[in-house]
Ligand binder design. Structure first.
Ligand SMILES: [Zn+2]
Length: 304
């Protein structure tokens, strides 16, 4: 059996479920192909490096989804299995198309879709609703990790009104073969605050509005509030004041959202990639978590 038919056989035997998170599906494929070592498995799927999971649209996912489901079904996979319905409204369609084309070509490197996501990756967790897990075991015979739950701003399963269990992506060391991905005991229940719930509410709004309408809202918001006369991209006392207040608030927000990572929250919030000027650019895309935190800051905390 050649490599291509081996891959086809795996995809035919282990079916991707409608709302399954794509990286967790790869772990299921690995489980199926446990007769081969991790390195061989990754080579077979042409996943050259064991990248950290949790990136928005990594090259391996673009290549794998295109190869096995075809270009027509790609958007469907993007929306259902890679959280496209969540993040597509934060980026122009043309910018996304260009990114996908680059990821498909061999020239692509370790680019990420949103500039800030590499900086924010340490805060990213894989999340699990035990009730959804049990339901998927009953329905499909396997535990399925729900894609929508993996949004950076998702903390609650709205179907079951349960706080999502979390496990930092840093614990998975990419796709090195590990059965422990499926170890439910390794997940912890976080204490969530009203602030977590507000972010969750904002996500539901995004889903309710739909990609197009929410994209218009993000643009409107940037035009009216975030690129206003209050702020100049040139260095001036207003920008210095804004950046200073924003840095302190961002550190506070991250510490509330991720209480187990207080030190990182302070360190990362001074990263230049997260500065107000990087967010307040009407022309460029913005990471969903940063956008929502900045929106909260601008509307409720900023003192010009
Ligand atoms: Zn659930």
């Amino acid at each position: 059996m050649n490599n291509d038919s081996l891959v086809t056989m795996m995809f035919d035997n282990v079916l991707l479920q409608t709302e399954e998170y794509f990286p967790s599906y790869v772990y299921r494929l690995m489980q199926f192909a446990n007769f081969m070592g991790a390195r061989n498995f990754l080579d077979l799927l042409k996943m050259s490096s064991a990248r950290q999971i949790g990136e928005t649209l990594p090259r391996w996912a673009v290549v794998l989804a295109t190869q096995n489901y075809g270009a027509e079904k790609f958007t469907q996979i993007l929306d259902n299995n890679l959280l496209g319905r969540y993040w597509r409204s934060f980026i122009e369609e043309s910018e996304l198309d260009q990114f996908v084309a680059q990821q498909r070509s061999k020239r692509a490197t370790g680019r990420v879709l949103f500039n800030a996501e590499k900086i924010l990756l340490p805060f990213q967790s894989i999340k699990l609703c035990p009730a959804c897990f049990d339901e998927s075991v009953q329905a499909y015979g396997v535990g399925v990790w729900n894609a929508q739950h993996q949004a950076a701003t998702s903390f609650v399963c709205h179907k079951h009104q349960q706080v999502l269990l979390q496990r930092p992506v840093s614990q998975f060391s990419g796709f090195e073969f590990s059965q422990s991905f499926f170890d439910r005991d390794a997940y912890v229940t976080p204490n969530i605050s009203l602030f977590h719930r507000w972010l969750d509410f904002e996500i539901l709004r995004i889903y309710e509005l739909g990609v197009e309408a929410h994209r218009d809202e993000v643009k409107l918001h940037k035009r009216v509030f975030m690129e206003s006369s209050f702020y100049s991209h040139k260095p001036c006392s207003t920008s210095v004041n804004l950046n200073k207040q924003w840095r302190l608030s961002l550190s506070k927000y991250l510490a509330i959202l991720y209480p187990h990572m207080k030190n990182e929250a302070e360190r990362i919030s001074s990263n230049t990639g997260l500065q107000a000027s990087a967010i307040m650019n009407v022309e460029s895309s913005v990471h969903p978590l940063l956008y929502l935190l900045f929106k909260f800051f601008y509307l409720h905390e900023f003192k010009p």
